[in-house]
Write a protein that binds this ligand. Structure first.
Ligand code: F6P
Length: 323
């Protein structure tokens, strides 16, 4: 009997549990044995394992976070860590490993595959910075949280005629900031991918002020060249130039909490099921993602070697409408 192991790894994302549920139920339904590895690669290196049956994943589809737990595992970047992980898989007689996670997790999966371990990755990160997939598990739920918060901030910004600098997550990617800014009608969006500093922002906002704008929302990607605090500092240190009083709100980990929305539940279910289908076909070493609305597989080698870029269409749209 084929014996599989599944883990959730790296930053948690709303929808991870839905993917886990689909993996376990499809595996069991296909006649495979399956165990869960608690706490990601750290749990694997420590030799942890938890048998999983269909009943064990009942009622988790709509839960945020991950019932298996997760970690960011630096040890896997070491030879000793990799060897310990391979030894644990052998000790538990595992024939293949499924890794639900983002860039760092898929890099770990790829490193194990280079040591001969059959692995399959499932695209899961709110950053949406994984190449090989248009969208990852957790992105739309995180965006819903961010846009709901930005809409609230706009109310108080209008009341006191202020500029709110709203910092969103995304690591080195500006995807969350770009899409949250577009969806909330932000007057400016600060991205790692676009050279646009606090002085240029100040002049942009001054133009809006001259046009009668009473307040503004500026969405700032946490990986932008100038973060929200630095922009705020620039504005407060140039009171004569700044047309508006500024305030900073950092959404932070709020974007990762909460329950997965419908899109993420369906995406995660599809990707989890597809992982088992590809294992049945013997197609290891790939990331399971979604391209043009269809299930897509991309070699982990390519995923880890390719930087995902923002959509030029969405960048142009943001430029045209941020006024
Ligand atoms: O990768 C997802 C993410 O939320 C990033 O957007 C963010 O920079 C990072 O994780 C935060 O990491 P941690 O949860 O370890 O603080």
């Amino acid at each position: 009997m084929i014996r599989l192991a599944v883990m959730t790894s790296g930053g948690d994302a709303p929808g991870m549990n839905a993917a886990l549920r689909a993996v376990v139920r499809m595996a069991r339904g296909t006649g495979y044995d399956i165990i869960g590895i608690p706490h990601g690669f750290s749990g694997l290196i420590a030799g942890e394992c938890r048998p999983l049956g269909s009943r064990d994943v009942g009622g988790i589809l709509g839960l945020g976070g991950t019932v298996l737990g997760t970690t960011r595992c630096l040890a896997l970047k070491t030879t000793a860590g990799l060897q310990a992980a391979v030894a644990s898989l052998k000790k538990h007689n595992i024939n293949g490993l499924i890794v639900i996670g983002g860039n760092g997790s898929q890099a770990g999966a790829y490193a194990l595959s280079r040591l001969g371990v059959p692995v399959i990755g499932i695209a899961s990160t709110i950053d949406n910075d994984l190449s090989g997939t248009d969208i990852s598990i957790g992105v739309t739920s995180a965006l819903d949280v961010a846009v709901e918060a930005i809409d609230r901030l706009r109310v108080t910004a209008a009341s006191l005629r202020r500029v709110f600098l709203v910092e969103v997550m995304g690591n080195h990617s500006g995807y969350l900031a770009l899409m949250a800014g577009l969806a909330s009608g932000a007057e400016a969006i600060m991205l790692p991918e676009v050279k646009f500093g606090p002085e240029a922002l100040m002049h942009h906002l001054h133009r809006l002020y001259d046009q009668g704008r009473s307040h503004a929302i500026v969405v700032v990607a946490e990986g932008a060249a100038y973060n929200a605090d630095q922009i705020h500092q620039f504005f407060t240190s140039h009171p004569g130039l700044a047309s508006f009083e500024t305030r900073v709100t950092k959404l932070g980990h709020v974007q990762r909490g909460g329950t997965p929305g419908v899109f993420d539940r369906l995406l995660a279910t599809r990707l989890g099921a597809a992982a088992i289908e590809h294992i049945t076909l013997g197609r290891w070493g790939n990331l399971i993602g979604c391209v043009n609305g269809e299930i897509a597989t991309t070699e982990l080698k390519h995923v880890n070697a390719t930087e995902k870029r923002l959509s030029p269409e969405m960048l142009n749209l943001a430029n045209a409408l941020a006024c």
